[in-house]
Write a protein that binds this ligand. Structure first.
Ligand code: ADP
Length: 264
């Protein structure tokens, strides 16, 4: 898209008159504007969906039309779950905006990657055992130390491992591997799940992007997890990549420097 300015032009030395045409490429500006308005529309939609549901079920309960205990409980459960989703959504949104604004400086300490992976495995063990998914941890249990912000690094691992379990069906497998090189560490999280279609791969880290909206929503997802992960990885001067084959599974790989350069 080109922004065209035509200004009358009077030459001083000569009696000639003309026009100067200035061409600005505003494609990038338009793109940013569109991203911003899409974001607002997405947020509104994502917030409205659970609110509509909470309101609807609360109204039905208040009307006194529900007489049996079981339906009553079922509706209350929906209200509770949807409130939880709203809570997650708002927490994720606030986190994302703080990370984007770089409002929270990193608290860099020495972090043992293996320990974080072990702790995260405990956190998601219920989610995994409910679906009989086996989590395979690195065989080498020796400490791998990097300089990172412990909370944020843990968040990266949690989001990726929770996704691996969420998007893998019953009796599947999740493999976590750590490769320690001289100056960098590679952490890969591979699953035997549903995989991601190739046309979705490049949009995966966008806010609210989901391969399958309905399925993700049923699993309680906010569509912000990977956008947060990408920001967190990049704030540690690292990189995240993904490879996947539909029906076979996905591998997310995080590369992080072992020593974090301090940038003001
Ligand atoms: P959500 O809260 O929906 O899980 P994410 O940002 O974490 O949001 O992920 C975005 C989308 O990427 C998900 O909705 C899902 O479609 C897809 N996805 C993420 N991780 C995986 C995975 N391991 N296997 C298959 N699809 C995945």
């Amino acid at each position: 898209i080109l922004d065209v300015h035509i200004a009358p032009y009077y030459s001083q030395g000569w009696m000639s008159r003309g026009a100067i045409i200035v061409l600005h490429d505003i494609t990038e500006i338009r793109k940013l504007e569109k991203m911003r308005s899409d974001f607002v529309a997405n947020v509104s939609h994502e917030l409205k969906t659970p609110i509509t549901s909470v309101k609807g079920f609360a109204e039905t309960l208040l009307s006194g039309d529900v007489n049996d205990k079981e339906t009553n409980e079922q509706f209350l459960r929906i209200i509770y779950d949807e409130s939880e989703r709203l809570n997650r959504l708002i927490t994720d949104l606030l986190n994302l905006s703080k990370i984007e604004k770089q409002a929270m400086p990193l608290k860099i300490t020495e972090v043992n990657v293996i320990e974080v992976i072990n702790d995260t495995t405990k956190t998601i063990s219920k989610l995994a055992s409910d679906k009989n998914i086996a989590i395979h941890l690195p065989e080498d249990k020796e400490a791998v130390i990097i300089e990172a912000d412990l909370d944020r690094f843990s968040q990266i691992i949690l989001n990726l491992m929770a996704n691996a379990v969420t998007y893998t069906s019953e009796n599947g497998h999740v493999y976590v591997d750590v490769e320690s090189r001289t100056t960098e560490v590679y952490i890969s999280i591979r699953d035997t799940g549903m995989g991601i279609p190739s046309e979705s791969l490049e949009r995966l880290f966008e806010r609210f992007y989901r391969v399958d909206k309905a399925r993700s929503r049923n699993s309680g997802g906010t569509g912000l997890g990977l956008a947060i992960v990408k920001h967190l990885v990049e704030s540690h001067d690292g990189e995240i990549t993904v490879t996947s084959k539909e029906g076979e599974g996905s591998t997310f790989t995080v590369r992080l420097p072992k020593i974090k350069e301090i940038t003001e």
